[in-house]
Design a protein around this ligand. Structure first.
Ligand code: F6P
Length: 547
């Protein structure tokens, strides 16, 4: 058994779970009218309500003891101070430095990285201002109207999610497009809508070796040169963002249009770096700095608030409570804000690529579950699709409900209806509906006897389903920054408790290696004997049908 499972804090939680298991939140709310006040935190207009969880004061105390046992406060300090917390890659993970205001030094290997951070922010400002005010124009002198970000994973999802989330702040003269997939359909469909003379491509790749990104970038370059009839056009229509400046030069991107970042920025934590350039272009640099400011506010909270009032710590611990002590396998996210429609996809990478690990920091296989499956969809849409399973299915699916109090697009009663649904879902999930209540309801509908009994159990909701609710005033850049940083830190908290490294992603490598071996077989019609029968059959089928 691992030290974690054997530890007193873990064992105490295991015993405590047996006490909490039979209790219903409905009763807990009845017994304690102050439950909401006890189990909610407010921070700069953000309300975190975690009272609809299967917890009492003792649960929180025991979870906090688990956090202290893991040395969480020390790990938080190590993260912020540039320690090599990414041990397998011997790197710091300093996304927090990217949103630290000027004048506060942050050291990596004894060097203050902040002058570089602010130098690149300055370059991003000049470039985004120049594109937005028409100083930087296309090769033929036309103003840039369309930006196409070519990148994948962390070099796509963050900027895409943020541009969608902050649409009300977007320039009316610019459209932002995102091409990530190697499937040529995405690039082709995007280019169909564009005029090469007024299109700016941003090739975003931390490594600048990613097959999808380089393939899409090459095809986009061919498209541009074909249309403008001049290789020289590339200089005004291509920018790059990378840590690999040799590779951007080799690709032929004008060094004046290259924005660098550093190996201590993880791909899925990189939207605060130059990877955020499409966001800065779209919403303007002042708004981008507001986004950084929001994230910094959350950083300060995470670093300084006592753990019992610390929103990322509490969220992380609640996830562990359900994942490790109740056996929940997934965690859902339901933004009740249309602009957040890519937020679940963004958080999927952030969480699952970080905490999907099978060995601890020492390389020993863990004997406890680590990262949960993260998924989600907009409210109210999800309610009419899969909420049935959450309400009446057999699995426990803890969920976060995320909503703004005010809409950017007020229209009649729409927003009140949206919020009524959001609040009602968490209430319904918590309360459920008892047999007695279902019976009264059916009787009121005129059912009696066998007809009533036949339907009765189908109308029962067990309730006791845990949810968190996050409410904020309006989805503005500052708030979005806070929200993203909150989830980054939640993921970090869980990694500390599980003693895993959340900053590497070796699990993505094997598929890439094998694709590299299969590609020549698809090209030349060969079939290597090393394949298993299924893969051989698939390749053979391709050869028969496609060659
Ligand atoms: O394959 C996974 C991954 O390395 C992610 O971690 C990363 O965000 C994405 O690919 C893109 O990588 P890059 O920015 O180096 O092109």
């Amino acid at each position: 058994m691992s030290r974690l499972i054997e530890s007193p804090a873990w064992q105490a939680l295991k015993a405590h779970q047996k006490v909490i298991e039979p209790l219903h939140m409905r009763q807990m709310f009845r017994d304690d009218p102050a439950r909401f006040d006890k189990f909610s935190v407010q921070l700069n207009g953000l309300l975190f309500d975690y009272s609809k969880n299967r917890i009492n004061a003792e649960t929180v105390k025991l979870l906090l003891a688990l956090a202290s046992q893991a040395g969480l406060p020390g790990w938080i300090e190590r993260l912020f101070s540039g320690d090599k917390v990414n041990s397998t890659e011997r790197r710091a993970a300093l996304h927090t430095a990217l949103r630290t205001p000027q004048g506060i030094p942050v050291l990596v290997d004894g060097k203050d990285v902040m002058p570089d951070v602010h130098r690149v922010l300055g370059l991003m400002r000049s470039f985004s201002d120049a594109v937005r005010n028409g100083t930087h124009r296309g090769h033929t002198g036309k103003q840039i109207t369309d930006i196409v970000n070519i990148g994948i994973g962390g070099s796509d999802l963050g900027p895409l999610m943020a541009c969608e989330a902050l649409k009300p702040y977007g320039s009316p003269n610019l459209r932002a497009h995102f091409v990530s997939n190697i499937d040529s359909t995405q690039l082709t469909e995007t280019l169909k809508k564009l005029d090469a003379e007024s299109t700016l491509f941003i090739v975003s790749s931390k490594s600048f070796t990613t097959q999808e990104t380089l393939t899409n970038a090459r095809s986009a370059r061919v498209w541009l040169v074909e249309r403008l009839g001049d290789e020289q056009a590339v200089a005004r229509h291509f920018a790059a963002i990378s840590t690999n400046l040799d590779a951007t030069a080799k690709f032929g991107i004008d060094p004046r249009n290259v924005f660098e970042f550093w190996d201590w920025v993880g791909g899925r934590y990189s939207l605060w770096s130059a990877i955020g350039l499409p966001i800065a272009l779209y919403i303007g640099m002042d708004n981008f700095e507001e986004l950084l400011g929001g994230a910094h506010a959350m950083d300060e909270h995470f670093r300084n608030a006592p753990l019992e009032q610390n929103i990322p710590a509490l969220m992380g611990l609640l996830g562990i409570w359900y994942g490790n002590f109740f056996g929940a396998g997934s965690h859902a996210l339901f933004p009740y804000d249309q602009y957040l429609h890519r937020f679940p996809a963004y958080l999927q990478q952030l969480d699952m690529e970080s905490n999907g690990k099978r060995v601890d920091r020492d390389g020993t296989p863990v004997d406890y579950d680590t990262g949960m499956v993260i998924w989600g969809e907009l409210g109210t849409n999800g309610q009419h699709a899969f909420f049935q399973l959450i309400h009446q299915g057999t699995r426990m699916i803890p969920a976060d409900f995320i909503a703004p109090l005010h809409s950017h697009n007020p229209l009649g009663e729409h927003h009140s209806l949206l919020l009524a649904n959001c609040f009602a879902q968490t209430e319904a999930l918590m309360l459920g509906k008892t047999v007695e209540e279902a019976r009264v309801e059916l009787e009121a509908q005129g059912l009696r006897g066998e007809a009533l009994e036949a339907l009765l159990q189908h109308k029962v909701f067990p309730g006791n389903k845990p949810t968190n609710t996050l409410l904020f005033d309006r989805l503005d850049p500052h708030t979005l920054g806070m929200l993203i940083a909150l989830y980054e830190h939640k993921v970090f908290v869980q990694s500390v408790l599980w003693n895993i490294n959340p900053f590497d992603q070796w699990g993505v490598e094997l598929g890439k290696q094998l694709a590299g071996k299969i590609l020549p077989e698809l090209r030349d019609g060969s079939l290597a004997s090393r394949h298993d029968a299924s893969t051989r059959g698939l390749i053979q089928h391709y050869h028969e049908r496609c060659r």
